[in-house]
Design a protein around this ligand. Structure first.
Ligand code: KDG
Length: 312
């Protein structure tokens, strides 16, 4: 039996989230897409580990404490004395949230394939990586591909979230690298917004056709925000509606979806049940500010599933 259900790889960040549009009021929290996802999964009882580098600074200490407090194994987190921990800012405008970053040359962007020596990639059910893990630097990108190779060789599965951030890389490079990665992903989790940029199509079915033509071998779950998700298991494409809630901040909702989906798959749910659960968890994560603080526990998710989202 594997020691871990999910091993995440990427960059955890310190978050400053603007709570009143236009005002200089920022709430300090935590973010980083794959880190958010493993914390979301750990809150559901999945056995998780995380692989990254943080700086030898107060923010790096806070992130280590956060992960440990959430029962995420940090043996694979290196503390880099020569680089800082990454920071990001969330601002809220008429088109939703906007991210900006202080992360260039951050500790996580200095990850190297050799950092993976000793990592539990031969002892996990899923490796979870993302477009952000691939985008932050060339050496981080190499590290992701090395992790994918090691996981697959040991019989584990790979989960990839597209998480396209055009502030981190140009779209042509993102498209080329994500195509390469998605062809090795047992589970691909793109959002429709990301696919608009990557494929030039708006229509969910056409974007799924593009993904299949790019060689996606496994299950593809297309995230449609508050409208839920479209599940393509290679045989059929099945919509799973979202649940209505009073949303204030969608930061990290997709990461919450990914973590809950993986956790429920590891707990034995079939794909559609796991996606229904992940939709409810993701909806709840939008009811508070920040990427991590509002990640729900099982009782809240079950309560929302039971009342069908009447809270909206
Ligand atoms: O999905 C939310 C993340 O994007 C956020 O926590 C910050 O990881 C982040 C990023 O690089 O944008």
């Amino acid at each position: 039996m594997a020691d871990f259900d999910i091993v995440g790889l990427g960059e955890p960040l310190i978050e400053f989230n603007q709570t009143r549009a236009g005002d200089p009021h920022y709430l300090q929290g935590f973010g980083g897409d794959t880190s958010n996802a493993v914390i979301a999964a750990a809150r559901q009882g999945a056995r998780c580990a995380y692989l990254t580098r943080v700086g030898a600074d107060a923010f790096g200490d806070q992130l280590l404490q956060l992960l440990r407090g959430e029962q995420v194994d940090t043996a694979g987190v290196r503390v880099d004395p020569d680089a800082h921990t990454g920071v990001y800012f969330v601002q809220h405008g008429p088109d939703g949230h906007v991210f900006s970053y202080l992360r260039r040359d951050s500790a996580a962007s200095r990850m190297q394939p050799s950092d993976l020596d000793g990592a539990p990639l031969s002892r996990c059910r899923y490796l979870h990586v993302s477009g952000i893990s691939l985008a932050i630097s060339a050496s981080a990108c190499d590290t992701v591909f090395e992790a994918i190779g090691r996981t697959r060789q040991a019989g584990g599965q790979v989960s990839l979230d597209s998480n396209l951030r055009l502030r981190l890389w140009p779209v042509a490079r993102a498209r080329a690298i994500l195509r390469e990665a998605l062809a090795m992903a047992d589970l691909f989790l793109p959002s429709l917004d990301d696919l608009r940029h990557l494929t030039g199509h708006d229509d969910p079915q056409r974007t799924l056709d593009w993904i299949r033509a790019a060689g996606a071998p496994g299950v593809v779950v297309l995230k449609l925000g508050k409208d839920g998700a479209l599940v393509d298991d290679g045989q059929a494409r099945t919509p799973v509606p979202g649940l209505a809630v009073k949303a204030v901040d969608a930061t990290g909702a997709g990461d919450c979806f990914a973590g809950n989906l993986l956790a429920r798959r590891c707990a034995g749910d079939d794909w559609l049940a796991a996606v229904r659960y992940a939709n409810a968890a993701a909806a709840l994560s939008t009811t508070g500010y920040g990427a991590v603080e509002p990640l729900p526990r099982p009782d809240a998710v079950r309560a929302l599933l039971a009342d069908g989202g009447a809270a909206g």
